[in-house]
Write a protein that binds this ligand. Sequence first.
Ligand code: NAD
Length: 347
Amino acid sequence: MAAEKNARAASVLKKEDQIVIGGAGGFIAGALAKYFHDQGFTRIRAIDKKPLPEWYQRVPGAECLCMDLSEEANCKRACEDAVEVYNFAADMGGMGFIERFRIECLRSILINTHMIEAAYRAGAQRYFFSSSACAYNVELQKSPDCRALKESDAYPAMAERGYGWEKLMSEMFCQEYWAERGMETHIPRFHNVYGEPGTWDGGREKAPAAICRKVIEAKDTGDKEIVIWGDGHQTRSFMYIDDCIDGIDMIMHCDKLIATPINLGSDHLVSINELVSLAEEIGGIKLERKYDLDAPKGVGGRNSDNTFIKQVLGWEPSTPLKDGLAKTYAWIEQQYNDRKAGKRTVS
Ligand code: NAD
């Protein structure tokens, strides 16, 4: 058990403890694998169904396995000797993906179902599931000036169709593995995470990356127009990846947060129009806005109420959006130019 307040892996684990990370070819889990590697952990097992050359980052010295974690046998292999298991693997993307491919989103339930059982059988000390703000009741998120969502707002349940219900059910698995079987589980609900290296093109990208790419494209092509999904008034909060990784470590190692869903997100609410203005400012350009009212736009507004995380951890994500977005923009611009030059890129 983690004893001190704001314990972290570095103070709780031995450097040679086996850490297992599912979905590590993707954005957040890849960053977590790098974080553990940089801290000197020597047994990191990273798993993703994507072929290894397509992973966003590969950590030197980590055991990298290309396996489908919706298969029970693969989960058993993934969790061998595990002390901690982090499950980030999910078929997901931005609104364009989760509104169109609900079956794929729902099928991610297989991943968590098999991973948590495999972690339990392997005798893992802690299990982490990456839930989402999409688990919250959509009825509370209709208006752009909606109130921030607190943890109890998931019930009565009316989660986002497909993706959100999968998250809510997988949360329940985590709670029951603690209640019935005594395996320690930790369950943050992420609110939009952005940063580099993450998906920036191809249909799975989220709003910050998509908007940066559109601004970069407009500058490059000289076509001074930007197409915005919806009317641009919809609101969200955005958390920079470094804050997300910090929060993951603290939530996983906090005894007060066992089997307890908790918001992990920024509470700085901005409209999509404001996000576009910020990207334009970074790019040094003003574009003519066209609104695609038929495009997927998700809920009207969604923000994170951080009362609980501040109370338990005395911490909340704090990277200013303009700073995180500037770094993300610079990275996407480099990716864009690399792709034009025929080099390999992540999207
Ligand atoms: P991502 O798409 O970059 O990473 C997910 C990875 O899981 C991908 O690399 C994918 O190939 C892998 N995967 C999918 N199905 C798999 C399977 N059957 N077996 C093995 N690997 C599989 O996404 P991300 O942004 O890094 O998100 C990570 C987790 O955090 C997901 O569970 C997601 O639902 C959750 N989340 C993310 C955000 C966000 O804003 N990025 C917000 C809320 C929740």
